[in-house]
Design a protein around this ligand. Structure first.
Ligand SMILES: Nc1nc2c(c(=O)[nH]1)N[C@@H](CN(C=O)c1ccc(C(=O)N[C@@H](CCC(=O)O)C(=O)O)cc1)CN2
Length: 283
């Protein structure tokens, strides 16, 4: 079998186009503020791409850049100001944060109604209890891609490799809500390869370049690779050994050009959703 490549860049472009059309019909511009602390170069690229995509789709978007030595108290004060600003519908604090700032404290300080990352415990709880809330962008993007690949989810055996708060756990919740039979596998799982091989849908989110080898893939599986790992050569690699896996899978996402662009498109989707919930269609 040679896998169909799931083109995340194209799907993201379509989604951004659809969002732009919806925003053009509104009487207000949904507001997004991205906060970057320090000068992590990868974060710089992601934040610029978010700003560019948001502006092109018609959002009122701005990045607030803070120095690397910013204190937790200063960042919390900025979050409080953004929470109170009626022009701001979505707040995203770019991760990772410098070591003097507790990520959980900052996430917990964001108004859940403006938490377009979907990381706040209130939004995590709403997802876990199948109530409407803001859903983390990367898992949401993976669900879009699975639908795009024509995956029939109901009753399918899905394995999520990785148990992070940001990707693995919410991904498992979304697959469960779509009636998959879900296994979360992780570093302590016995015989990871065998668990993965049983999957009809495999979502790899471990952050280890090409850890998932071709013989971990069940014949005809749909493989979603969340990993974006920078190799010493400067090249990007996913968590899945792409060529080996593509020889067995029915469909697979590439890196780059798979899940990454969907993360940004879903951030915009969440910002529009947050704006409409807060303001209603007339603003
Ligand atoms: N507050 C958040 N911080 C971080 C998140 C997040 O969802 N919220 N996710 C990642 C980084 N990220 C978005 O912030 C992100 C990563 C990668 C891409 C992307 O489009 N990647 C391209 C390749 C880009 C390159 O050349 O480096 C691709 O995969 O095609 C978008 C967003 C951590 N922080």
């Amino acid at each position: 079998m040679t896998a169909r490549i799931i083109d995340g860049k194209a799907v993201a472009e379509r989604l951004r186009g659809a969002l732009a059309a919806r925003i053009a019909g509104l009487s207000f511009q949904p507001g997004l503020r991205v906060v970057r602390v320090g000068d992590d170069p990868a974060s710089g690229v992601y934040v610029r791409n978010k700003d560019r995509a948001a502006a092109a789709a018609g959002f009122d978007s701005a990045t607030l850049q803070l120095p690397a030595e910013t204190t937790e108290a200063d960042l919390l004060a900025l979050v409080a100001r953004l929470n109170a600003d009626p022009a701001v519908d979505g707040i995203l604090v770019q991760l990772p944060l410098p070591p003097q700032i507790r990520q959980e404290a900052v996430i917990a300080a964001i108004d859940p109604a403006k938490d377009v990352d979907g990381f706040h415990p209130v939004n995590a709880g709403l997802l876990a209890t199948q109530q409407p809330g803001l859903v983390p962008c990367t898992p949401k993007g993976c669900m879009h891609l699975l639908r795009e690949a024509g995956a029939s989810l109901s009753g399918a055996r899905a394995v999520v490799l990785g148990r992070s708060q940001i990707v693995g756990r919410p991904m498992a919740q979304l697959l469960l809500a779509a009636d998959c039979t879900v296994t979360i596998a992780h570093s302590r799982t016995r015989d990871l390869a065998a668990e993965c091989r049983r999957a009809e849908i495999l979502v790899a989110a471990v952050g280890r370049p090409e850890m998932v080898r071709g013989d971990w893939i069940g014949e005809g599986a749909i493989v979603i690779d969340v990993g974006i790992n920078r190799l010493p050569s400067g090249k990007l690699a996913g968590d899945v050994a792409f060529a080996e896996a593509a020889a067995r899978a029915a469909a697979i996402t590439p890196v780059p050009g798979g899940v990454g662009p969907m993360t940004i498109a879903c951030l915009l989707e969440n910002t529009l959703e947050a704006a409409l919930r807060r303001r209603g269609p007339a603003g």
